[in-house]
Design a protein around this ligand. Structure first.
Ligand code: MN
Length: 250
């Protein structure tokens, strides 16, 4: 049997995970463990200062009072008595591209799946408003079948971003270097207190060819293989020499 664990960071009631479930239910047996409330930009945070609770809202559907990473960890450690064949996180409402993946709860859940040896996919629609999830959901179902048949390299997860509302081709991409600019939109609340609201500007015209941003800009599905070992192997030789001197000087 092909068993698929779904999670997301927009919450178990979000339209993206419902659209995803509707499509992948035709491919395998779906289990859902997802935060009960929105956890966007939760990154890979986990809950350690209070207990973690799970509510089975219907068979095989668990609403977790925690983060996306909590949801995956709890599902694998306790809620499921089997190792799922595939994990799909999403479908996120909004893109997860470039350096933004470091803040993403959607990507973090896929990272957590990969850490447990499960082929894992983060799915996002690269649009902010009035999202139609159908193209991304259909793509996810086809990709699920392929990954189930072919497997995934150990420790690797896929970060998939689907342009809106349809797409013209699929491209294997690299994660883009930082091109977005953080913007703090300022204002005053009804009581006159100032506030700041984090936003970003993305100058897509400077996106490098072969990157996730460029593919989505050009109307293609971006598929980026991700690894979560951040070791900078290419700097170790140079830094070893420095380290010898640092050690002498302290
Ligand atoms: Mn989200």
């Amino acid at each position: 049997m092909f068993r698929i664990l779904l999670t997301n960071d927009d919450g178990i009631h979000a339209p993206g995970i419902k659209a995803l479930e509707a499509e992948v239910a035709a491919v395998g047996e779906v289990w859902v463990a997802a935060p009960q409330d929105e956890q966007s930009a939760a990154s890979r945070s986990i809950t350690v200062r209070r207990p973690l609770r799970s509510n089975e809202i219907k068979p095989r559907h668990f609403a977790i009072e925690g983060t996306p990473a909590d949801s995956v960890m709890l599902a694998l450690a306790h809620l499921l008595d089997f190792q799922p064949d595939l994990l799909i996180s999403g479908i996120n409402s909004g893109p997860n591209l470039g350096e933004n993946i470091f803040y993403s709860g959607t990507v973090a859940a896929a990272a957590e799946g990969a850490r447990h040896g499960i082929p894992s996919i983060a799915m996002s629609v690269a649009e902010r408003a009035d999202i139609d999830y159908s193209a991304a959901a259909g793509f996810a179902a086809r990709l699920a079948k392929q990954v189930h048949a072919a497997g995934m390299p150990a420790g690797v997860a896929l970060n998939v971003n689907v342009p809106h509302p349809s797409y013209g081709g699929v491209e294997m991409t690299r994660q883009s270097p930082k091109i977005s600019r953080n913007v703090m939109l300022g204002g005053h609340d009804p009581r006159g207190r100032p506030y700041f609201w984090m936003h970003e500007e993305v100058p897509l015209d400077i996106a490098e060819p072969g990157t996730d941003y460029a593919a989505v800009r050009d109307g293609k599905v971006s598929v980026t293989p991700m690894r979560f070992d951040y070791t900078a192997d290419d700097s170790m030789g140079e830094l070893k020499d420095h380290l010898a001197r640092w050690v002498q000087s302290v």
